[in-house]
Design a protein around this ligand. Structure first.
Ligand SMILES: [Cu+2]
Length: 123
């Protein structure tokens, strides 16, 4: 009886572990960003985007520059022309330096995810 229960518990745990792995693998992933992660771009850019490998329900995108100044306009959101892309406009007069873009999404599977990337702006 006891062995039986242990066996059942073991099988249940194994099934849950496999299920968890499959769900993790199915998570939406970043395909590309603009500017590209870690690559320099010009201070004249007017927007930042993050493109995923799956559809988004919603999301936010925020960009912070030198001096911790928020340079994105508003909260950002899904690109009206691409359901896999987050988009946010940037303020004018960007300074050269290091920027961090932080995103949150609710993916098509309902999972909430977040991440960030950095890029450098040059004159
Ligand atoms: Cu997921």
């Amino acid at each position: 009886m006891r062995t039986h229960q242990l066996l059942r518990t073991g099988i249940l745990a194994a099934v849950l572990a496999l299920g968890g792995t499959a769900a993790a693998l199915a998570h939406t992933e970043v395909r590309s960003t603009s500017p590209a992660n870690g690559k320099p771009a010009k201070t004249t850019i007017t927007r930042t985007t993050v493109t995923f490998n799956g559809q988004l329900r919603s999301g936010t995108l925020r960009v912070v520059g030198p001096g911790s100044r928020i340079v994105s306009r508003g909260k950002g959101g899904r690109d009206p022309r691409n359901v896999r892309r987050l988009l946010v406009g940037l303020r004018g007069g960007l300074k050269p330096g290091l920027y961090r873009a932080s995103w949150t999404i609710v993916a098509a599977d309902g999972h909430r995810q977040r991440g960030s990337f950095r890029f450098r702006l040059r004159r």
